[in-house]
Ligand binder design. Sequence first.
Ligand code: SF4
Ligand code: SF4
Length: 315
Amino acid sequence: MQYRTLGKTGISVSRLCFGALTVGPCQADLSPDLGGAVIAHAIERGVNFIDTAQLYQSYEAIKTALDRTKRSDTVIASKTYAYTAELAEEAVEEARKKLDRDVIDIFLLHEQESEHTVAGHMPALERLYKYKAEGIIRAVGLSTHRISGVKASVLHSLDVVFPLLNVDGVGIGDGTADQMAAAAREAADAGLGVYIMKPFGGGNLLSKTEECLRYALSQDYAASIAVGMQSIDEVEADLSFFEKGCFPPEIKSRLASLPRRLIIEDHCIGCGSCERVCGQDAMHITNGRAHCDTKRCITCGYCGAACPETCIKII
Ligand code: SF4
Ligand code: SF4
């Protein structure tokens, strides 16, 4: 496994980052024990970087993995939608408590769109920087699905930016993959630590996984690539690709037979919460219940987190 330093943070991360959205209730909904076992396997095989968020509800699985592996050097990045100092404090304290850690390595403002949304979250951002000054956070940044979000991270001289990037640009809200890659490279040139998300377009590009990973790995300015994994097979497949440039054939065929899809269960009450959080304009309420446009959906699972009836699943 290769390791690279995230910008000027001094934090060394494995090129493969474990994206922990997949193990939590937004997606595979593994028990903390099962999710923890998958994460622990990745850590034992050299992955030292885990990306999560307040929204993902995967702290318990991560803590299970950290307890199991007894690796105190595992780097954890989390994110919050907080826009006030108080909400930022709640987010950081929740992470510290649930992960049983004094220090959270990286804390990001979640899904920022532009310098305007960053300005609207300034009290939270300032609180995160205060935590950094106190030694409770090592680096501060933002995650984004938009090129304008990456530009905002440079404008505000953040430590880290975590943009969405994949070979087809699936899910980029304001441009192409080339444009996003150029913005991310500029951020890295400006000294920010860059790691990228959704190399498979949130599941939409699973038919060409090799091309997706080749493209992600070719982004040489990116210290790491966050890949969502929900089984030991997936961990082994991704490790093999990152280390040898190919998937083990037997694992590849097993995984190919496992399609992912979004399911809306019958007890949908048509409340519209899912429609409101969907950044892809993929979810709509018709005839009193939710319907998903699979051509637009990037299976991010955010609608599932917002559903009060827990009737959305991605499997
Ligand atoms: S419908 Fe929207 S929010 Fe739900 S998984 Fe698809 S893209 Fe994400
Ligand atoms: S949030 Fe859940 S209950 Fe509400 S409309 Fe969407 S799927 Fe239905």
